[in-house]
Design a protein around this ligand. Structure first.
Ligand SMILES: C[S@@+](CC[C@H](N)C(=O)[O-])C[C@H]1O[C@@H](n2cnc3c(N)ncnc32)[C@H](O)[C@@H]1O
Length: 183
């Protein structure tokens, strides 16, 4: 039988690779404009604090990895995960330039390799809609998130996000496109 999902994945994957090789140049410019209001949402929702362990899932070129690393400081740590190696190289270059030593990159499309209940905040900005197996990724996030940890999703999917979080996370706050969950 014709498998539409497999067909799309095979056709889209090479296109995604081309898209993302160009994307690394224009996206940081867009984030310079759009990133400020998202960082204000972090403040409003008191999302990131000193000493925390923070996972930036689908970190891209690190537009939020770097601010998070500055906030958690050296008592905490930021894990920057993405499935494109070039994005992670850019994150490492930025961290080095800024003298930030509390960032670790993870190359993956789903599993984090992190211990159970080790993360205070998981941040997913404009990534969930791109993930094929959303439920599997959210189960992995649930595994690594501490009992009192927070999952924050900023995505144009809006409340459709809850089709995938149901049974794993409960919504505690919303602010525009930002949804804040606990286990
Ligand atoms: C639109 S960008 C957003 C980047 C960053 N979060 C931001 O808001 O600036 C989406 C990122 O998610 C990554 N991504 C997409 N699907 C992924 C997956 N299954 N696992 C890991 N990263 C993924 C892409 O490589 C890309 O860097």
């Amino acid at each position: 039988m014709f498998d539409i999902e497999r067909f799309l994945e095979e056709k889209l994957n090479p296109l995604y690779k081309i898209h993302y090789s160009i994307w690394v140049y224009w996206w940081p410019l867009w984030r310079r404009l759009s990133g400020k209001s998202i960082l204000q949402q972090w403040e409003k929702l008191e999302l990131v604090k000193e000493g925390q362990f923070f996972l930036d899932y689908g970190c891209g070129t690190g537009s939020f990895t770097i601010p998070a690393a500055r906030i958690v400081t050296n008592g905490g740590k930021v894990y920057a995960l993405d499935y494109f190696p070039r994005q992670l190289e850019i994150v490492q270059e930025k961290a080095q330039k800024e003298g930030l030593t509390n960032i670790e990159t993870i190359l993956s499309s789903s599993q984090t390799g992190l211990p159970d209940e080790s993360i205070d905040v998981v941040w997913m900005c404009d990534v969930l809609h791109e993930i094929k197996d959303r439920r599997m990724v959210l189960e992995e996030i649930c595994r690594v998130l501490k009992g009192d940890g927070v999952l924050a999703i900023h995505d144009g999917m809006g409340e459709r996000v809850m089709d995938y979080t149901d049974g794993l996370f409960s919504l505690t706050a919303t602010d525009g496109k930002l949804l804040k969950f606990v286990k």
